[in-house]
Design a protein around this ligand. Structure first.
Ligand code: IFM
Length: 450
């Protein structure tokens, strides 16, 4: 048997977000959106979600049984601050109970402050389009950190800011369903400034905190690498989607189009680590259309896709992009956590192979010097997948949302074995995805020594 081992202390866990798992989050903009006709696929609603607000411990027990060492969750702003300036201690106590519940099971928490949802009062006051949001967010973060810092020291200020902006203000398919490039830039800028302000606040309350953010990084690849225009279109998307944000949190410069290169001291060196959410790559071909940022994303007819292809939200099997992105982000000189990676696969007939192939690429990047500290699979239990409702199933654990019954998918057992062994063995690959053996263990398949 051969093995790909990970560094000692490497964290294996899963990730989730409040609205997707807690249930009955009635006081945020997503809940309101779900009540409108035709907003969610099949008319689904988050409803009781995975019932975590009452019974998260059911899943925490399963995580412990599977030997997982880490979990990333988020706080629901609308529960903690249901009205402007009024904080709910009972809600805070429930989060204390959850964090304590994880710790008592040997599971290290990582906590996100903003994962797509806003209190209704904030939304009604103009939400992230208004500059006041920066101080409001900072206020909420201060209150939360003052009350939770004894239970957690690893924080993410915001999750996937670009996805939030693109879905809500460019494509207009998430609340507030707008199509405005100008407003989208304002929102993106406010999120960046809110990150900087929150970073400073967290450190003022908890000097040894580890703070980062979770960036969705898609590898924008020129459709035709020989075409200058395709290369330009892909490059523009990478610049806007990744570079502008990442570099400003290193050198403190707010670059165009979010700013005029002005220096902002709250942003300078404002991350102890960078969180990467990786799902797929996008092929980009040039189009003379500013609304598409001069690039159209498209997919290969003969590519392999996860269940998401059903809705035109394609997720292509592209594990080598994972390696590429980890290597690129490493160049910024910060440690990395993989804060999300996964796929929708109700039958679990693709997940074992996809998961192993991605973990292999992460191993390659680490072997070449990338400082990756942990991997958080998206997600533990099937949960409410935003516009796709209950149609896309990302969980290692299958959820019957009517009865709340849980059933471990084969991938859950496989992931458990990876976490326990801190690596991937050739036996494991032979059992779950034999087609990968020649790629992961070429020496064995070539008849070499075990
Ligand atoms: O479910 C989402 C999550 O909230 C953010 N990142 C992508 C996941 C899968 O689409």
């Amino acid at each position: 048997m051969d093995e790909l081992r990970f560094p000692d202390g490497f964290l294996w866990g899963t990730a989730s977000s409040s609205h997707q798992v807690e249930g009955n989050n009635t006081n945020n903009q997503w809940w309101a959106f779900e009540q409108q006709a035709n907003s969610i696929w099949h008319g689904d609603r988050s409803g009781l979600a995975c019932d975590w607000w009452r019974h998260a411990e059911v899943d925490f027990d399963l995580m412990q049984q599977l030997g997982l060492a880490a979990h990333r969750m988020s706080l629901e702003w609308s529960r903690i601050e249901p009205e402007p300036g009024r904080f709910d201690h009972a809600a805070l106590d429930r989060y204390r109970e959850m964090l304590d519940g994880l710790l008592r099971r040997g599971i290290r928490p990582m906590v996100t402050f903003h994962h797509f949802t806003n209190p209704l009062w904030l939304e009604r006051a103009g939400g992230w389009e208004r500059p006041e949001v920066v101080a409001r967010f900072q206020n909420y973060v201060r209150y939360a950190i003052q009350n939770l810092s004894d239970l957690c020291n690893t924080w993410l200020t915001v999750n996937e800011p670009l996805v939030y902006v693109a879905q809500g203000w460019v494509r207009g398919i998430w609340p507030p369903q707008k199509h405005s490039l100008l407003a989208s830039l304002r929102v993106f800028r406010h999120m960046l400034l809110a990150h900087g302000a929150a970073y400073q606040t967290i450190h003022a309350c908890q000097p040894d905190a580890q703070v980062g953010y979770a960036m969705a990084v898609r590898v924008f690849t020129p459709s035709n690498p020989d075409s200058l225009l395709d290369r330009y279109a892909a490059g523009l998307k990478r610049y806007l989607g990744e570079h502008v944000w990442l570099t400003s949190t290193i050198d403190g410069r707010v670059r165009p189009p979010l700013g005029l290169n002005e220096y902002n001291h709250t942003l300078r060196d404002s991350a102890e680590f960078i969180g990467i959410n990786y799902y797929t790559r996008d092929l980009v071909r040039f189009r003379a259309n500013p609304a598409q940022l001069f690039g159209e994303e498209h997919y290969l007819p003969d590519g392999e896709y996860s269940d998401s292809g059903w809705r035109g939200v394609y997720s292509e099997y592209a594990p080598q992009g994972f390696y590429q992105i980890i290597r690129e982000v490493s160049a910024l000189g910060k440690p990395i956590y993989i804060t999300e990676n996964g796929l929708p696969d109700r039958d679990d007939d693709q997940r074992p192979r996809w998961l192993l192939a991605h973990i292999h690429q992460m191993h390659r990047a680490i072997a070449e010097g990338s400082d990756v500290r942990g991997y958080y699979h998206w997600t533990f239990t099937d949960n409410f997948e935003w516009s796709e409702g209950w149609g896309l199933r990302f969980g290692l654990v299958e959820l019957n949302s009517e009865t709340q019954e849980r059933q471990l998918r084969p991938s859950a057992h496989m992931f458990s074995e990876i976490a326990r062994c801190n690596g991937i063995s050739s036996d494991l690959v032979g059992q779950y995805a034999p087609a990968l053996l020649p790629i992961l263990f070429p020496a064995i398949t070539a008849g070499g020594p075990e």
